[in-house]
Design a protein around this ligand. Structure first.
Ligand code: FES
Length: 569
């Protein structure tokens, strides 16, 4: 904050602030100014402690140092400098005694602390402190800094964080960030801040310095890069892939990088590594949204780690599946048989990898467009989520993997083309086979589930999520949908309930998939299962631990309120 047309204002009488005492004076709706009388001299500061907003009038002063009562942050009473880490400086104001009154020179409010708050966000990301991250984001947004600029900083952090602290498991961070941001855009105010803060917190952590990756010396062509990446992927040499990708970008071939990585990721040898495909899809979204300048380190490093990861020795089923997929891929023809969705789904859940993969080959050779086949995969996964038994082990990780992998094939199709997405269908089939232990009886997707209730409202469904009514919430959601309520309204309120629980960042990838797949499934008999499966999942894994207190407090903080006022509210 800085002076722009400052005005002197009478804030109190001298008798209101006796020697050694302090007084808070409210300015406008939210902010308050602290007046201190130290040995007969009046000092004026913002009353909100820059750390977490405690009223500084409750602090103590010794040797010109103001100490906040709550966590003990120290400030120079005269100029406001803070002596501690992860805390802004305190704003101070000129004060004068005129006759019997105290006058303070108050500036017009103008946001000039962007650099400090960007630094604060960076510190919060490094120290993994949820409050610091939430506060910095709330202050930046309140100051008019664009959400894109805030996210760009987070994206640069995750690039360095993953490149220096994570292996291929960093794809989980990318999923939570990209999907959290995507879901957050459907909300506003506190809901949006909680989504943004949660996404940023999910990718916080150490980010050490590292040497720049240098491009390979000239002459190198894209054709060589393409060939080497495939070879190094086969040989699990991720470090060499990163340098190749960096070089390919320097050759002006940026738009070929993600298609190449996806081609590697769908190879048969990566059966059983579904996060390769989903993470590459999220990386391509990050590039689309923020450009290569912001996303390059993340894409090159994590992309290389994914397609260059070790696969271990495959067990018998996976070894057979890899060989079968390679064989079927070679034998692909241009058949035109009729597509039978129920028969296809039955084969996928038959527990026989041979039957499942041959059904995939038949479907890909049938008259069905790839998009239709992907819809079947998504609806099958949704139906399994809607019906999985929840008494023992529901298999949520496995079931959501099936659904999110299936839905990601639409982006694979867009980024890398039909042939690559078609290979991805085998990967979904493998996941379904590998999860055969999840005990869900098969049923035909062409039959809609019968509704079991009536007069159920959206609020009732949300209440069931909050009260962990996992045995009833699915039927309630189905009743709401069959009763003609808006699916968008149900999804929106369910999404809010998800965002405000500390399991939110885990669920947002599936929440996003369900919302995006809903309209694509229009007219499909199993469409309702998308939302039924989501509410059952969200309810069963919910902990009812509020993740939002730091976000709401941060929002009030950004308005200038002290913590006491926030809690009083
Ligand atoms: S030190 Fe003042 S609120 Fe924490």
């Amino acid at each position: 904050m800085a002076t722009s047309s400052p005005t002197w204002t009478k804030l109190a009488s001298l008798t209101d602030v006796p020697d050694g005492e302090s007084k808070a004076v409210r300015i406008g709706d939210t902010r308050s100014v602290a007046l201190f009388n130290v040995d007969g001299r009046i000092h004026a500061t913002d009353n909100q402690c820059p750390h977490m907003g405690y009223p500084l009038t409750r602090g103590t002063i010794r040797h010109g140092v103001l100490t906040c009562e709550w966590h003990g942050r120290n400030f120079d009473l005269e100029a406001g400098g803070c002596f501690n880490f992860e805390c802004d400086d305190l704003e101070t104001f000129p004060a004068e005694v005129r006759g019997a009154d105290i006058w303070v020179e108050l500036p017009e409010w103008e946001y000039l602390r962007k650099d400090e708050h960007m630094q604060l966000l960076q510190e919060g990301l490094l120290s993994e402190d949820r409050w610091t991250i939430s506060k910095a984001i709330a202050l930046l947004l309140k100051g008019g800094v664009s959400e894109d600029e805030v996210v760009a900083l987070v994206l640069r952090h995750i690039g360095r964080h993953i490149s220096t602290s994570h292996g291929s498991e960093g794809c989980e961070d990318v999923s939570r960030l990209v999907n959290g941001l995507n879901v957050g855009r459907r909300y506003d105010a506190e809901d949006r801040l909680i989504a943004l803060s949660t996404a940023a917190c999910a990718v916080s952590g150490p980010a050490a310095k590292r040497h720049d990756v240098m491009p390979l010396p000239d002459p190198v062509s894209w054709e060589q890069i393409d060939r080497w990446v495939r070879v190094f992927s086969r040989d699990s040499q991720s470090g060499r892939i990163e340098r190749c990708l960096f070089t390919g970008h320097g050759l002006g071939c940026a738009d070929r990088i993600l298609p190449l990585l996806l081609e590697c990721a769908v190879e048969p040898r990566f059966l059983g590594f579904p996060d390769n495909i989903t993470a590459l899809v999220f990386l391509s979204e990050a590039v689309d949204q923020f450009g290569w300048d912001q996303a390059s380190e993340l894409v090159f490093n994590l992309g290389a780690k994914l397609v260059g990861r070790g696969r271990g020795v495959p067990e018998r089923f996976r070894r057979d599946a890899v060989e079968l997929m390679a064989e079927l891929k070679e034998a692909e023809g241009s058949g035109s048989g009729a597509y039978d969705e129920d028969a296809f789904a039955a084969a996928l859940t038959s527990g026989s990898v041979e039957r499942s993969f041959r059904a995939v080959a038949d479907a890909l050779n049938s008259d069905a467009p790839l998009d239709r086949i992907i819809t079947t995969l998504v609806m099958l996964a949704a139906d399994r989520m809607a019906r999985t038994p929840v008494n023992v082990e529901a298999g949520w990780h496995e079931l959501t993997t099936e659904m999110n992998l299936a839905a990601s094939l639409r982006s694979v199709q867009r980024v890398a083309g039909d042939d690559v997405a078609a290979m991805g269908v085998y990967h979904v089939a493998w996941e379904l086979f590998a999860h055969r232990w999840v005990n869900i009886p098969h049923r035909a997707l062409s039959e809609a589930l019968p509704s079991t209730g009536s007069d159920v409202t959206v609020d009732r469904v949300v209440e069931s999520i909050r009260t962990l009514n996992v045995h009833g919430v699915g039927d309630e959601a189905l009743s709401v949908l069959n009763g003609g309520a808006s699916a968008e309204a149900l999804a929106h309120e369910v999404g809010r309930a998800i965002l405000w629980d500390n399991t939110g960042s885990r669920i947002v990838p599936t929440l996003r998939t369900v919302v995006e797949e809903w309209s694509r499934a229009d007219g499909h008999p199993a469409q309702s299962q998308l939302l039924v499966g989501l509410v059952r999942y969200a309810t069963d894994v919910r902990t009812n631990s509020d993740s939002g207190s730091s976000a709401t407090t941060a929002m009030r903080f950004a308005e200038g309120r002290t913590t006491v006022e926030v809690f009083d509210r």
